[in-house]
Design a protein around this ligand. Structure first.
Ligand SMILES: *[C@@H]1O[C@H](CO)[C@@H](O)[C@H](O)[C@H]1NC(C)=O
Length: 289
């Protein structure tokens, strides 16, 4: 076997040991709609995300790559009606009349927030209210307290009536107490403008109960913010509908043409991985003879 083939073998082994990752400067986002109805994700800044907005039918997913340095938010819009020019309206989350969002969405909306850096920070926030269940699942990560953020719980079902936004008698979103009552206590302003004085309230506790892994008020950091090194992310809307049908659900995404999944793939798949390595080694040996 000559030098060239030894190098090739080492390269193959390295790629497999590193999990197949070649690019450290970007994160892959897979946005999945498990809801029973079409949603229109909105993203700002949206340059890496199809211009910041698109329709996603039930069961569909969309994959994007965002560079490290991207600081942005992803939310879902519901009940939209856009014309062929991408102009229209939504029941919740609208960014003006545009399909492709150049600005934040209208509250109330569940927000997925990201700061992509060597150590990513991410969270789901209900500080601006709730319109859809959102779960963020990191995959292929290396460090940080890298676990799922957000929740499956649907706050529309137990939204206090003074916060509910209804369309035809059906609650389509739940406003924040700050938005409705506009007091310093609910908005964590003035004398309540720091983590010692701004405490959970009757309303924020209802939010936290429905969604333990998300910000229920502005200073809810300790249980709501997460960090990951070099992860990719799956942003799932309404993943509760999925889990009712299937008990153990792995969410998968393509990363540099390689399928990676959120849960531990288990023994079966690592055997496959090593079989592929062996096969590649043999092929390489064979061609060098
Ligand atoms: C994760 O780590 C960050 C940074 O150290 C910390 O602020 C946050 O509270 C941690 N999150 C959880 C849920 O433990």
């Amino acid at each position: 076997m000559d030098d060239h083939h030894i190098k090739l073998l080492l390269k193959i082994l390295l790629v497999f040991l590193s999990g197949g990752r070649a690019s450290e400067g970007a994160r892959v986002f897979t946005i999945v709609n498990y809801c029973k109805t079409t949603i229109w994700p909105g993203i700002t800044p949206g340059d890496s995300f199809d211009g910041g907005g698109f329709a996603l039918k039930p069961g569909e997913s969309a994959v994007f790559t965002a560079p490290v340095g991207w600081i942005g938010r992803i939310w879902g819009r519901t009940g939209c009606d856009f014309d062929s020019d991408g102009s229209g309206s939504c029941q919740t989350g609208a960014c003006g009349s545009a399909l492709k969002c150049g600005a934040s969405g209208q509250t109330p909306a569940t927000l997925a927030e990201f700061t992509l850096a060597p150590l990513d920070f991410y969270d789901v926030s209900l500080v601006d209210g709730f319109n859809l269940p959102v779960t963020l699942t990191p995959v292929n990560a290396r460090g940080g307290n890298c676990s799922a953020a957000g929740c499956d719980g649907d706050l529309r079902e137990n939204c206090p009536s003074d916060l509910a936004i209804k369309v035809d008698g059906e609650t389509v979103a739940c406003r924040s107490a700050c938005d409705v009552f506009n007091t310093d206590e609910y908005c964590c302003r003035g004398a309540f403008g720091n983590p010692d004085t701004c405490r959970p309230t009757y309303y924020s506790e209802i939010f936290k109960q429905a969604c333990p892994g998300a910000y229920s008020y502005a200073y809810d950091d300790p249980t709501s913010i997460f960090t990951c090194t070099d992860a990719d992310y799956i942003v799932s809307f309404c993943s509760n509908f999925k889990s009712k049908k299937q008990k153990v659900q792995r969410v998968c995404t393509y990363h540099i043409n390689k399928l990676v999944c959120s849960a531990s793939p288990g023994r079966a798949s690592s055997i496959w991985k090593w079989l592929v390595v062996l096969l590649l080694c043999f092929t390489s040996l064979w061609s060098s003879l």
